[in-house]
Design a protein around this ligand. Structure first.
Ligand code: BTN
Length: 310
């Protein structure tokens, strides 16, 4: 959101304020004020106007300007009501040289999951991709996937949902003794061994969607189903992006935050890795995200794989 529009919104939220007063305070013409007010109304903001002036009454439930307004993180938000995949769009933006952009959608028509699976993304979810360019070697990039899981878990807990993380990045919640999936994360990147060019962290949050409408293989649930009421998607998205932004700036702090929310540590696990199955007790996580498993033969560290809690 451009700075003037942001300042118009600040003035409106402190309103009522007259058009001429706003024009003078902001150093813009009255017709420019009017254009900003109209554009905000078009974006779904409810702005009352009467003799006392203009006043912000309501921020839209979701959308780009709604999420950008009050977002305390240096990301631009590109919003789509419907798009094939926010990750695909973020990759295109990366190819154009962009950085620090959140691509956000209400619905995806071709959402992608891990292992080349489809990811159902009906309207009512929070489907987003964070594009950024960290100055780190490629080998460090997995830490951003863990950071995304922490950010989503923290936002879920703040919304009253006691989520936890299954290694490496599934955000799950216990529903009647069964672990059900709330959030999935798909990280993509490009670069050379010694330096990342860009990272796209795609986060799919089953927010206000009916779990019955999602494929049952993933054992899904949604924030709305667990809370028994819709979640404020604007605030949830802001909290998620803000926490992610803080963590990405200090990758060394990610593992401690991850351990705090992990449901995998201390559990018996079976991990299907590209090099075979590893079974044992999950005892720790190592930078940038390797799981340490105590097996019958000693200790093994696992970088990637499908993890099952036994
Ligand atoms: C998983 O398989 O668990 C990962 C799912 C990742 C889904 C998200 S939704 C936003 C972003 N866009 C996509 O196409 N995929 C990711």
């Amino acid at each position: 959101m451009n700075e003037t529009r942001h300042r118009v919104l600040d003035a409106l939220s402190a309103g009522p304020v007259s058009g001429p007063a706003m024009a003078e305070d902001l150093g813009i013409s009255r017709s420019a004020v009017w254009k900003h007010v109209e554009a905000l109304r078009e974006a779904g903001f409810t702005i009352a106007s009467d003799d006392a002036g203009y006043e912000l009454v309501e921020i839209p439930e979701f959308g780009g300007p709604a999420v950008e307004y009050g977002l305390d993180a240096p990301f631009d938000v590109e919003y789509h009501d419907s798009i094939p995949s926010t990750n695909a769009r973020a990759r295109d933006l990366a190819a154009e040289g962009a950085s620090d952009v959140v691509v956000l959608a209400d619905e995806q028509t071709g959402g992608r999951g891990r292992l080349d699976r489809d990811w159902a993304s009906p309207s009512g979810g929070i489907w987003l991709s964070l594009l950024f360019r960290p100055d780190v070697p490629m080998a460090h990039a997995p830490v951003y996937t863990l950071a995304a899981a922490v950010a989503a878990t923290r936002a879920a807990r703040e919304a009253g949902v006691e989520a936890g993380i299954k290694w490496p990045n599934d955000v799950l919640v216990d529903v009647d003794g069964e672990e059900r999936k709330l959030v999935g994360i798909l990280t993509e990147m490009e670069g050379e061994a010694d330096r990342v060019s860009w990272v796209v962290v795609g986060i799919g949050v089953n927010a206000n969607v009916d779990p019955e409408s999602l494929p049952s293989e993933a054992n899904p649930t949604s924030l709305e189903a667990v809370r028994g009421a819709p979640v404020d998607r604007r605030l949830f998205t802001q909290r998620l992006v803000e926490t992610f932004d803080t963590l990405r700036q200090s990758p060394d702090s990610v593992l401690d935050a991850w351990r705090e929310y992990a449901t995998t540590l201390g559990r018996d696990v079976r991990v299907e890795t590209p090099r075979g199955v590893v079974e044992g007790e999950a005892v720790d996580v190592e930078f940038p995200g390797r799981l340490v498993v105590r097996t019958d033969d000693g200790r093994e560290t696992v970088s990637a794989g499908d993890c099952e809690h036994l």
